[in-house]
Design a protein around this ligand. Structure first.
Ligand SMILES: [Zn+2]
Length: 298
């Protein structure tokens, strides 16, 4: 009889240790990090931005009342998982898909998007490369009969209650990052800036057209060759999102960039720490939470 209790006791200990190990591992990523709790979101008119966890890459999904815009599509390896995730939240069509510049970590997954969703407008730069992901993207567009549109600086377009403005685009192949499409977005009283992989040179060129923003997608995964002090002082972001891979080979985000943001009291959120970062807004208040989506792992 005593032996039986010993065995039960022993089994209980094992269960206890196993669950301890399991849960202590899973608190690595916090499930919720609201910066402002319970802001009132009107189901008929809201903004949601998903900074997707695509490792060392960019992929930003914007949802305004079920009208969808996609800025970049992660690496090729992310394509299938992004399609699965977007379908799981009910997306069938994108009003706009934007490939900010023809580098693998921005357009790599876009061919999957092109084959799996309807797309009204597809914007990208006029830079032609012979990268495989660029050829894949062009082939997909051709097969799906989607026209490639090259916007101009100062072009604006509307998606439901969102107003977009192209602050920069170039066809300079010498520096593809500096040629990235830079987009400003306005939703009611809130402003957003999507900088792709832009550089300090481009930041200087667009300085006069910059406004203060609530949210900044930090340029080039937190590279030291962007996010100049001048640029940050002009945009004064309240919140900054850095899309960056865990332990990436470039050492992004650079400490010098984090220090500058810190000096401005900007709250920084990073996909390497939080996985997918989800921003919600009613056009006045902003709430930021995160969700572990595991899109960048097999
Ligand atoms: Zn990049």
């Amino acid at each position: 009889m005593k032996n039986k209790y010993n065995i039960i006791f022993f089994l209980l200990i094992i269960v206890f240790i196993a669950s301890y190990l399991y849960y202590s591992k899973s608190i690595d990523i916090k499930e919720e990090i609201p910066i402002k709790e319970n802001i009132e979101i009107n189901k008929e008119d809201y903004l949601k931005i998903y900074f997707m966890d695509v490792g060392q890459a960019d992929c930003i999904l914007i949802d305004n009342n079920k009208n969808y815009v996609l800025i970049d599509g992660g690496n090729t390896i992310d394509g299938k998982k992004l399609v699965k995730y977007f379908k799981s939240i009910g997306i069938e069509k994108f009003d706009y898909v934007i490939g900010t510049h023809p580098h693998e970590d921005h357009i790599g997954g876009l061919n999957f998007i092109i084959y799996n969703f309807k797309i009204d407008h597809f914007l990208t730069t006029n830079i032609k490369t012979d990268y495989k992901s660029y050829t894949n993207m062009l082939n997909a567009l051709e097969n799906e009969n989607i026209k490639l549109e090259i916007p101009n600086i100062n072009d604006t377009f509307k998606v439901n209650n969102l107003l977009f403005k192209v602050l920069y685009i170039d066809d300079n192949t010498e520096d593809i990052n500096a040629s990235s499409i830079v987009l400003e977005m306005n939703y009611k009283d809130t402003n957003y800036l999507f900088t792709a992989d832009t550089t300090t040179d481009t930041e200087k060129k667009i300085l006069d057209s910059l406004n203060e923003v609530d949210v900044l997608k930090v340029a080039h995964h937190g590279s030291q060759y962007a996010s100049s002090a001048q640029f940050l002082l002009k945009t004064k972001p309240k919140y900054a999102i850095i899309s960056v891979g865990k332990d990436n080979e470039y050492g992004y985000p650079k400490q010098v960039v984090l220090d500058k943001l810190n000096e401005l009291n900007t709250k920084v959120y990073r996909t390497d720490e939080l996985s997918t970062i989800i921003l919600s807004s009613n056009g006045k208040d902003i709430e930021i939470t995160n969700k572990y989506t595991d899109t960048n792992k097999e």
